[in-house]
Design a protein around this ligand. Structure first.
Ligand code: 7PJ
Length: 284
């Protein structure tokens, strides 16, 4: 199955896995929190990620960490829109906005956002309608519960089958409002209402979700599924993050959402060297 993302005069070939770089715009990610500093900081991060080989920049202004409080729409707009504008002015890179609010999606669309990345899979009020007015790609992520409650006691009948049922339902909901299936990207939502064991079971079986014939996005970078396994803090999760990224790529995930772009791009090149016949035939 060949997947190519075509949006706003940009093209991304998903025949080999592509890296989505996380630019976190929640205040705790900046030492001084000032608005102009946060724009400069984000632009510097984007510039570095571009030279490291990123394909998509994911902007997030709403913390979806387990237990995180809700962020008001006006606050999220203030965090995300000025940075989206500044990136669009300076760089030609594809930009996704990580949001679950219809108002933020609508405003981001006014500033030529390329992908909507919604951890609530367009379930919140107005989201399906806003997205149906456009033709850009959308990532539908699976979550059990809400960020505030999701890690309390995740329960599934059969986690893989339950997530497949969820994807069927959300794909149908999209199609009912006229959102073309071919615009959709699917994500099992690592860490969103899953136990440690369930997260690794999903990672090991990610390829099963290719039955939808849609691109798969995988986001494991620095998450608790690594910290809890290795018993380490967030700044010590690089090796674990790279390993999960490579396993996801081997399972055929087309987009890897990561903090550490350069290291992930390097790791993917090593993986690619084992599968690239052209490289082998050149040497022999
Ligand atoms: C994900 C996300 C993810 C998608 C976050 C974090 C939490 N979007 N946004 N997939 N995670 N599509 O990065 O730790 O896994 S925020």
């Amino acid at each position: 199955m060949q997947h190519i993302l075509n949006v706003n005069n940009k093209t991304l070939d998903l025949a080999s896995p592509q890296v989505m770089g996380i630019v976190n715009l929640t205040p705790d990610s900046f030492s001084d929190g000032g608005k102009f500093n946060s724009i400069d900081n984000a632009l510097a991060q984007v510039e570095q990620m571009l030279s490291d080989g990123v394909s998509i920049i994911d902007l997030g202004g709403e913390s979806t960490r387990p237990g995180a409080p809700d962020v008001a729409e006006s606050e999220e707009l203030n965090r995300v829109i000025p940075v989206l504008k500044a990136i669009k002015k300076r760089f030609a890179v594809m930009v996704s906005v990580d949001t679950s609010k219809a108002g933020v999606m609508a405003e981001a669309l006014n500033y030529d956002v390329d992908i909507i990345n919604d951890v609530c899979a367009l379930k919140n009020e107005g989201c399906l309608e806003v997205v149906s007015q456009t033709d850009i790609p959308v990532c539908l992520m699976h979550m059990q519960g809400s960020p505030r409650t999701m890690q309390k006691q995740p329960t599934y009948h059969d986690i893989i089958e339950d997530i497949k049922t969820f994807f069927h339902q959300r794909i149908n909901a999209c199609q009912q409002v006229g959102i073309d299936k071919q615009r959709l990207i699917l994500d099992v939502g690592f860490g969103f209402g899953k136990t440690l064991t369930q997260n690794y079971h999903l990672l090991a079986n990610l390829s099963q979700f290719h039955e939808f014939k849609l691109p798969l996005l995988s986001g494991t970078s620095r998450k608790s599924m690594i910290g809890n396994l290795l018993n380490c803090d967030v700044e010590q999760r690089l090796a674990g993050s790279l390993t999960t990224a490579i396993i996801a790529a081997q399972q055929g995930a087309q987009i890897l959402r990561v903090h550490d772009v350069k290291e992930t791009v390097d790791a993917l090149k090593v993986l690619q060297a084992t599968t690239d016949n052209k490289l082998l035939s050149k040497e022999n």
